[in-house]
Design a protein around this ligand. Structure first.
Ligand code: AMP
Ligand code: MG
Length: 406
């Protein structure tokens, strides 16, 4: 029987992902680093706070601190001192007294509430309160953000700027993170020319490695770029073997299909093992997963859109697991199809789309131009994937479409 593009026996995308995740054991080796260098790294241990944040009750406003109870019978209190952030008022405030206080200053002993200065008037040595506050007004309580002994950020978290600020706020300057994952990338093809060089007849510029290394930039990895390798078994064998001995994960693109110059599968059979090499995904059916030497291996298709999409949909979960990260599936939203979306059953389709909101607040989506696997502009100008399930057929105008914003 002739094998069509959507031939039966392709591994559904969910099975491909679970097959990879079941096999992969996260890297456990960790290293101590400075907090300054922590962006994008994965925490190897829970971060626990040894202090309350904020450490003391403090003022949320510039104004006057007093004991709320003192304003029951009068609206005028005697001004006896000042508290600034970092310069607390050290004495005890007595009944009938108040303190000038600035944002962030510790609430002086004997006071319990703050009235902002806009609601007061200063007269000689006393303050007239035009607002009668509730107990605790404009006071930020000690430990209201983080309590002593609390886990601030859990192991397996990939550190964002906000997590880094949170860790700094509990006074920690060094943290333990999973070591960087060593990822090798290899482009294969006789026709591939590095950008910047003249293009000879029949050649094209190599672009997949640029996309892959740019995408890998947001992962906690060290990149090993093996460049472009010609379609001959001797060169391919040598480079794949070297990559397999150096890296934790090797990504190649091209040569993984069934053409006459597609040697990747054969080389993997020699140097390692292939677990699967056909996934029910479009674009990107020829996607191989296996091992070379000590490294995991993903053979991405050569077509630029296919290699991009399979990296995002299949390599990303693998990299998250390998780097010790807690698995976070990408968020999906539902939009309505603004036009007919063509879809043949057989493979899950990740068409590139543009979603937008109309004046009524309704979410719509439409394909972003031509969807061929060589048409890189379909990704560059799009803002989402339209995720069409494996068995789905054409989507009619107004029907629901799952979208995955970029
Ligand atoms: P292959 O999977 O090797 O048969 O390649 C499929 C298509 O993708 C061919 O048109 C190749 O020229 C193209 N291609 C393969 N690798 C790359 C690459 N690294 N950059 C750009 N195009 C590529
Ligand atoms: Mg090729």
């Amino acid at each position: 029987m002739l094998e069509t593009c959507d031939s039966p026996g392709l591994l559904p995308i969910k099975s491909a992902i679970s097959n990879m995740l079941d096999l992969i054991i996260p890297v456990m080796e960790s290293e101590q680093i400075e907090l300054e260098d922590a962006l994008g790294r994965v925490l190897a241990e829970d971060v626990i706070s040894s202090i309350n944040v904020p450490p003391n009750d403090n003022s949320a406003m510039d104004g006057y601190a007093m004991r709320c109870e003192d304003l029951t019978d009068t609206n005028q209190l005697q001004l006896v001192g000042t508290a600034l952030a970092g310069k607390p008022f050290k004495e005890k405030v007595l009944a009938g007294e108040c303190i000038r206080i600035m944002t962030g200053a510790v609430i002086p002993q004997g006071t319990d509430s703050v009235v902002m200065q806009e609601n007061t008037e200063v007269k000689d040595n006393s303050v007239i309160f035009k607002q009668i506050p509730e107990l605790g007004n404009s006071v930020r309580k000690a430990g209201e953000d983080i309590q002593q002994g609390q886990v601030v950020v859990t192991k397996g978290t990939k550190l964002t700027p906000a997590y880094i600020a949170l860790i700094a706020s509990v006074g920690i300057a060094e943290i333990s993170v999973i070591r960087l994952i060593k990822v090798g990338i290899i482009a294969t093809g006789d026709e591939l020319t590095p950008p910047g060089k003249p293009l000879i007849d029949g050649a094209i510029y190599e672009s997949n490695r640029f996309a892959l290394s740019a995408m890998l930039n947001s992962f906690p990895v060290t990149l090993f770029d093996f460049g472009i390798v010609k379609d001959n078994k001797i060169d391919l064998n040598a480079v794949f073997a070297q990559a397999g001995s150096l890296c934790d994960l090797v990504l190649s693109c091209g040569g993984v299909s069934v053409g006459d110059a597609d040697y990747v599968k054969e080389i993997l059979d020699n140097l390692g093992a292939i677990n699967f090499w056909k996934v029910a995904i479009k674009p990107g059916k020829p996607f191989a997963f296996g091992q070379i030497g000590n490294a995991w291996f993903c053979g991405l298709p050569g077509n630029p859109v296919s290699s991009y999409v399979t990296f995002e949909q299949l390599v990303t979960p693998l990299l998250q697991k390998l780097s010790g990260q807690t698995y976070l599936p990408k968020p999906h939203f539902v939009a309505k199809a603004a036009c007919v979306i063509r879809k043949r059953p057989g493979r899950a389709d990740y068409q590139r789309g543009i979603f937008y909101r109309d004046d009524q607040g309704e979410l719509w989506v439409k394909p972003n131009g031509k969807q061929g696997s060589g048409i890189m502009s379909s990704i560059a100008n799009a803002n989402c994937y339209m995720v069409l399930e494996q068995d789905a057929e054409d989507v009619q105008v107004g029907e629901s479409v799952n979208i995955q914003p970029f």
